[in-house]
Write a protein that binds this ligand. Structure first.
Ligand code: 5GP
Length: 215
């Protein structure tokens, strides 16, 4: 319930993971969520077309532009951005509820979204930037993913440098040479961040009690 093994109540954190397309970010955040019971995925809303294998409500909430614009008007997003000609937004609704009960939320968003979240909720955000070991590896993975969308892949390769140029805005950087190694690094970050005193809202009471104890 509290997300730490010592039962001290804590506030959840917002784990933002960004990377150029093809660096392994989506695979890594899915692995994290599958393996840690206190992690929830923030499911973004997007106007881009569903790719084969993607599930509405799981990978994204797929909507049309009119619906997206209405949600913007309704102030339904923590942040939103236009990327590759499509809109992407982080819905507000569930996040605060999770944080309050000590559940962490993972955000697979770009540098624009990260900037916005840092501007509004710095204390809650821990961010990780994932880099590919080389351009060649990145392009190989992009081509694999977009074998039926060559044009899109080429366009995204151009965008990779732009995304990479924002690496220094993040708290941590992982060079993704292997899934296992990167996954373990992410877990270490998460475990350390969960112990940060400012998030551990139950600590003052615990310490008051500790100081009162006499032996
Ligand atoms: P894709 O279309 O490949 O799933 O995602 C394209 C880019 O949009 C990725 O860099 C992804 O992290 C980013 N993205 C996905 N959802 C959001 C969101 O809600 N907000 C922002 N700012 N970026 C997002």
């Amino acid at each position: 319930m509290h997300g730490s093994s010592d039962n001290i109540k804590r506030r959840g954190l917002m784990l933002v993971i960004s990377a150029p397309s093809g660096a392994g970010k989506t695979t890594l955040s899915k692995l994290l969520i599958e393996n840690d019971q206190h992690l929830r995925a923030s499911i973004s809303v997007t106007t881009r077309k569903k790719r084969p294998g993607e599930v509405d409500g799981k990978d994204y909430h797929f909507v049309d532009t009119a619906k997206f614009k209405q949600m913007v008007k309704d102030n339904a997003f923590m942040e939103y951005a236009e990327i590759f000609g499509n809109f992407y937004g982080t819905p507000k609704d569930a996040v605060e509820k999770f944080l309050e009960v000590g559940e962490d939320v993972v955000f697979d968003i770009d540098w624009q979204g990260h900037r916005r979240l840092v501007a509004t909720t710095r204390e809650d955000v821990t961010s990780v930037f994932i880099l590919p070991p080389s351009k060649q590896e990145l392009y190989k993975r992009l081509k694999l993913r977009h074998h039926d969308e060559e044009g899109v892949a080429a366009f995204r390769q151009e965008r990779a440098n732009d995304e990479i140029s924002h690496w220094h805005e993040y708290d941590y950087v992982i060079i993704n040479k292997g899934l296992n190694e990167s996954f373990n690094k992410l877990l270490s970050i998460l475990r350390a961040e969960r112990l940060k005193k400012n998030r551990r809202t139950g600590l003052p009471a615990f310490i008051r009690d500790l100081l009162k104890q006499e032996v």
